[in-house]
Design a protein around this ligand. Structure first.
Ligand code: GDP
Length: 308
């Protein structure tokens, strides 16, 4: 089994590559749910859905979220009633959230619901939320405390972030199967996801970080940052506000206690020395994944580094 920790954008790209290089059934994906929120009364799990849509082959390749070819009639009608429409949910995507909310309301756990939705979409890989309990990523800013989607989508990540809180983390537990999968994995991959707001919440669930540290298998991370900036989004800014370098060195520092190898971009090759000094083995390559060929190439390299 290959365990992958992932958010919804960079992580999903690598997962798409991995799914073409190993049997889908060998993938055990632990998804971030710190971004989950209620929108129009529906439980939305953006990262789990992006991963499921990607593996089902229905993800929108241009937008990087939602379902390809989706329409937005429901959202337009909601806006007509004065309802909020800053978070874009397409008509087909709405069905996912309606079904998830319905099943959660009947008492199923988030991991049961996620498995059920993935099965219905024909996904063979295991997609598992980090926890069945609610853990909410909150960003403390001069404008007050913001939920992740409020900060990221509504306010376009312009606020200065003073600190990040994972509300509920201390009372949460890893979802069933997560610790066992980490312990028996052939390799563990930390996707090129935001270290603080995508991987951070997963690591905040009690037991997961320790399990990664103690895992016998190689742990390989891919940097989401090349040349001082994230390939998309605010990862570099958030690293800086957490007192870490806005570069792969900061990523290495955030993961140094459990990662063996960090894939970094060739343009950051000058950081190999400082990264190695942290006890993390750097491996310079092209970490951009603009198309399927690049996703597959990076996935193959990850497998090779893992000795698979
Ligand atoms: P989120 O839930 O949308 O925040 O998803 P992730 O955390 O998985 O993805 C965001 C991260 O993906 C950002 O920090 C980007 O820099 C990174 N990213 C996006 N595209 C690429 C890419 O092609 N290659 C790499 N290495 N990282 C990428």
């Amino acid at each position: 089994v290959l365990v992958v920790l992932s958010g919804g954008t960079g992580g999903a790209k690598l997962i798409e590559g991995l799914s073409r290089e190993v049997p889908a059934a060998d993938l055990f994906i632990v998804g971030n749910t710190g971004d989950d929120f209620l929108f129009h009364g529906l439980h939305v799990s953006p990262d789990l859905d992006t991963i499921a849509y990607t593996l089902a082959g229905i993800a929108d390749p241009e937008k990087g979220w939602g379902i390809a070819g989706d329409t937005f009639v429901v959202l337009e009608r909601l806006a007509r009633y004065g309802a909020e429409d800053w978070f874009r949910i397409g008509d087909r995507d709405f069905a996912t959230h309606i079904r998830r909310t319905e099943l959660l309301g009947r008492g199923l756990t988030l991991s049961q619901v996620t498995a059920e939705l993935a099965r219905a979409l024909g996904v063979e890989a295991a997609i598992v939320p980090m926890s069945d309990q609610r853990v909410e990523t909150r960003l403390c800013t001069p404008a007050g405390e913001l939920g992740f989607q409020e900060y990221f989508v509504k306010r376009r990540w312009q606020d200065e972030v003073e600190s990040i809180v994972f509300a509920g983390a201390e009372r949460s537990a890893p979802a069933p199967g997560v610790l066992a999968a980490i312990a028996r994995a052939e390799a563990i991959v930390i996707g090129p996801s935001n270290p603080l707001t995508s991987i951070g919440p997963i690591l905040a669930v009690p037991g997961i970080r320790t399990a990664l540290r103690e895992a016998a298998s190689p742990v390989i991370a891919v940097s989401p940052i090349a040349g001082g900036a994230a390939l998309s989004g605010p990862a570099h800014r958030l690293l800086e506000s957490a007192g870490l370098e806005p570069s792969p060195l900061g990523v290495a520092r955030a993961y140094a206690d459990f990662v063996d190898t960090l894939l970094i971009d060739r343009q950051d090759a000058s950081l190999e020395g400082p990264i190695a000094a942290l006890g993390v083995e750097p491996h310079a390559t092209d970490i951009r994944m603009p198309d399927l060929a690049a996703k597959r190439r990076l996935a193959r390299l990850v497998l090779e580094v893992a000795g698979l």
